[in-house]
Design a protein around this ligand. Structure first.
Ligand SMILES: Cc1ncc(COP(=O)(O)O)c(C=O)c1O
Length: 381
């Protein structure tokens, strides 16, 4: 006789956090915006930008339609045309694609396998007289523990530091928040990110007024509003009022969101710290990590792909990577840039053995325990 087995509800890797009271507030305000007919670049976009700048501790924040646009806007302000820009190889391709679209050439940099963040020694080795700056990715939400050394090195060599803070809204190091650590920062407000302006969106933060003005111009076709003329060829990158309402509700929750995510991570850290064959990311003293992802390194002979399949099939636990393959081995960059396997050994070695576990604010105790039990069963022998 066959038994009916109820399949487990899958534990999702990512989910945005919209408590019921926020949904009520957002829908009420969206209704009033729709009734008013003022759908673009109005009071809500202004309020969201103001709240975001205040949160990050910068003079300016300018909203755009995506994290990619935020990156391209900053890179075109820094004028990277025909120049090289350093990018860690373990990032989402957008960090490199933005350099391409701004007219520059991404030069990938290897990582520190312990933190999965850019390796300052490899960074220094790859600086040439063609290098314009660095896209500093706070991978998985973690701000590099050697941030000050990285920024000092770039300053000494005349390079800009553009934070790619797509993973790191709300992350900080010794009280300094992502978004305020370089010349400018780009955030993504995509649905899976720490906060979202309703599914899509982006933000630039900076203390540089000319850069902020450039983003305002680029996002509106290159128009200079004060003079009423178009003095450069721009884009159409605006955020809508409806998106800004959702974004504002989220930024007001950002501290709580980071607390909740860090609480999940602490439970994982505690459980996985007892297992011999896995290693979580470190949480350096004085750091708050928004944990866009929770990466877990698996000691060989554990096989990343087999572990992912078993977590899903046997426990309903979804997982991702942090990232695989690294950018230099992606077809879009591999051949065109003459890269091959072995070029970035630390990144290749670490990322081939790394999975990313579910982390978001709505994970229940049962789900967290299920993830821990699943990893313990599959990797804890
Ligand atoms: C590190 C990183 N940079 C940039 C982006 C681009 O953001 P968006 O998808 O909003 O353009 C993303 C995510 O998509 C990302 O993970």
């Amino acid at each position: 006789m066959s038994r009916n087995i109820t399949p487990l509800e899958p534990v999702q890797v990512a989910k945005p956090f919209f408590p019921a009271e926020d949904i009520d507030w957002i829908t009420r305000e969206i209704r009033s915006v729709l009734e008013s007919g003022m759908l673009m670049q109005g009071k809500w976009v202004g309020a969201f930008e103001e709240a975001f700048a205040e949160y990050c501790g910068t003079r300016f924040a300018r909203s755009v339609n995506s994290g990619l646009s935020a990156l391209i806007g900053c890179l075109s302000y820094f004028d990277v045309r025909e120049r090289e820009v350093l990018v860690p190889t373990n990032t989402f391709l957008a960090s490199a694609n933005a350099v391409h679209w701004a007219g520059g050439r991404p030069v990938f940099v290897d990582i520190d396998p312990g933190t999965l963040l850019i390796d300052i020694r490899d960074l220094e080795r790859r600086i040439t007289d063609r290098t314009a700056g660095l896209v500093l990715v706070h991978g998985n939400g973690l701000i590099p523990p050697d941030l000050e050394e990285i920024v000092a090195l770039c300053r000494a060599r005349g390079l800009f530091v553009l934070e790619d803070a797509a993973h790191a809204a709300g992350s900080s190091q010794r009280g300094r928040r992502a978004g305020s650590l370089g010349e400018a920062a780009a955030f993504s407000m995509l649905a899976t990110k720490i906060i979202t302006s309703g599914g899509e969106g982006g933000m630039v933060t900076t203390d540089d007024e000319a850069l902020a003005d450039r983003i305002t111009s680029l996002r509106f076709h290159g128009e200079d509003k004060t003079r009423g003329i178009q003095d450069r060829i721009g884009w159409s990158w605006r955020m809508t009022e409806i998106q800004a309402i959702a974004g504002l509700a989220q930024v007001r929750r950002l501290d709580q969101i980071v607390d909740l995510r860090m609480r999940v991570a602490a439970r994982y850290d505690d459980a996985f710290g007892r297992l011999e064959r896995v290693r979580p990311l470190p949480l350096p003293a004085g750091a708050r990590n928004a944990y866009y992802k929770y990466p877990l390194w698996l000691a060989p002979p554990l096989d990343r792909q087999q572990v992912k399949v078993r977590l899903d099939a046997e426990f309903g636990v979804k997982s991702g990577t942090a990232y695989w393959p690294p950018c230099h081995l992606q077809p879009a960059y591999r051949d065109a840039f003459g890269h091959r396997e072995g070029d970035y050994p630390a990144a290749e070695g670490a990322l081939a053995q790394t999975i990313a576990l579910p982390i978001h604010c709505d994970l229940t105790d049962e789900e967290i325990e299920r993830v821990i039990a699943a990893v313990t069963a599959v990797c804890g022998f």
